[in-house]
Design a protein around this ligand. Structure first.
Ligand code: MF3
Ligand code: CO
Ligand code: CO
Length: 402
């Protein structure tokens, strides 16, 4: 939350948040000379409540002002939002890299044009303009929803599709493939199943999945870099189908991976496994972080604090918040019918994270490797159902499972 609403004579306008008469105007919108409609708020509370979605109009406006001039993109003829977004958030994707204190050896590569989805596929509300509208303003950011049997059945279907999409990505991973080609597999498999790839244009995210290589913790943007022998790569898939999201990820080995990385990835898998094992009605959400943290610490690894698991359903991200670290302050206890993700990110070195200038790519501050696994879960009367569980057809890519 930045700044505060400045007073202005906008009383004829209505609040962009609640529709009541508005007496405040967003100072950033004033500075950018944006239309007063959509920039007016009745109270500081409404201004604050709308901030997480409202702020993206500032970015959008800046991009438009900067225009569709030549961005120097190498692998696309037409300018597109995703390219400009990454460029303007700090020029990380410009042909010449900006000055930045890169934590490790990985660097950003060009990003291809935004992929399209066929007209018959139902889109979430951010698909066209990059701005989630229902999600940030929903009561479900504060209250944990108990899903109806009908919602649960849709979650099962969507999560199974998401699993099959991730499995399709897993099958093509090898040295030499680019993360953009992995994104293409995810995109095509998702739309072939009748789904929409939830990350696509979510808060302007430019691609259909996240690919996080080596020191990237999460939210890596698929690009033109070829995977190299010895890399580890996490692929995070979320599918929107029949009005609900299903979210999972796994970290894969590229060719021959050193022993230390293999231990890191296996430990991360076990952290998620152990966390899932305690899920049942009555257990506190804050316990999940204790279990994960204990196992990671035992193996000499650390737990990322900046990114958490989340409630999921008709919204991509909602309550509850699920920290993966010890002594967290997560509120509430598990109840039958709740659906949420657990997605621990475990670092070989220290827990501290940093952000690349593209505004998305989260990396370890010390440049050492990070691994992650994620499942979408349903709390049942007696325990847990892993909605994104491996299938008999899932490729066997983890030596400890065979
Ligand atoms: N799938 C991620 C998660 O586990 C979220 C990705 S959002 C994106 O919550 F915009 F980065 F794609
Ligand atoms: Co998630
Ligand atoms: Co995910």
């Amino acid at each position: 939350m930045a700044g505060g609403g400045s007073d202005a004579s906008v009383s004829t306008l209505s609040c962009a948040q609640c529709g009541k008469p508005a007496h405040l105007q967003c100072p950033k919108c004033v500075e950018l000379k944006l239309p007063r409609e959509g920039a007016a708020f009745c109270t500081q509370d409404c201004f604050k409540a709308s901030w997480s979605s409202h702020k993206s109009v500032h970015l959008k406006a800046k991009l438009t002002t900067l225009g569709a001039g030549d961005t120097g993109e190498q692998n696309s003829t037409s300018t597109n939002d995703s390219w400009l977004y990454c460029l303007k958030k700090g020029q990380a994707r410009a042909p010449k890299l900006p000055h930045f204190d890169w934590a490790g050896t990985l660097r950003p590569y060009p990003i291809s044009k935004r992929r399209i989805t066929p007209a018959h596929i139902e889109q979430p509300d951010w698909a066209l303009d990059g701005i989630p509208k229902i999600e940030p303003n929903s009561d479900l950011q504060h209250v944990v929803e108990i899903k109806t049997p009908e919602q649960i059945e849709r979650m099962r279907e969507t999560c199974r599709i998401a699993r099959e999409v991730l499995d399709a990505a897993a099958r093509v991973i090898r040295p030499g493939i680019t993360t953009d080609e992995i994104d293409e597999v995810v995109h095509e498999a998702t739309i072939a199943a009748g789904g929409y790839p939830s990350p696509l244009n979510y808060h302007f995210f430019p691609k259909s999945c996240c690919t996080s290589v080596n020191e990237v913790i999460c939210h890596g943007i698929p690009d033109a870099r070829k995977l190299e022998d010895g890399d580890i790569v996490n692929v995070d898939v979320t599918v929107y189908y029949k009005g609900v999201h299903g979210d999972l990820n796994e970290t894969f080995f590229v060719g021959n991976v050193d022993e230390a990385s293999r231990r890191l990835v296996q430990c991360t898998y076990e952290c998620l496994d152990k966390a899932i094992a305690i899920v049942k009605p009555g257990v506190r959400f804050r316990e999940i972080g204790e279990v994960i943290s204990r196992h990671a610490f035992m193996s000499g690894f650390s737990v990322v604090k900046s990114y958490c698991g989340h409630g999921i359903g008709e919204l991509f991200h909602c309550a509850p918040n699920i920290p993966h670290y010890a002594r967290n302050k997560a509120v509430g206890v598990m109840k039958p019918g709740q659906t949420f993700t657990i997605e621990p990110m475990i670092n070989a070195g220290l827990w501290r994270d940093r952000m690349w200038p593209d505004g998305w790519t989260a990396v370890t501050a010390d440049g050492k490797r990070s691994a992650q696994f994620e499942h979408t879960l349903l709390v049942t009367e007696t325990g847990v159902e892993v909605l994104t569980a491996r299938l008999p057809t899932s490729p066997s890519v983890f030596p400890w499972l065979t």
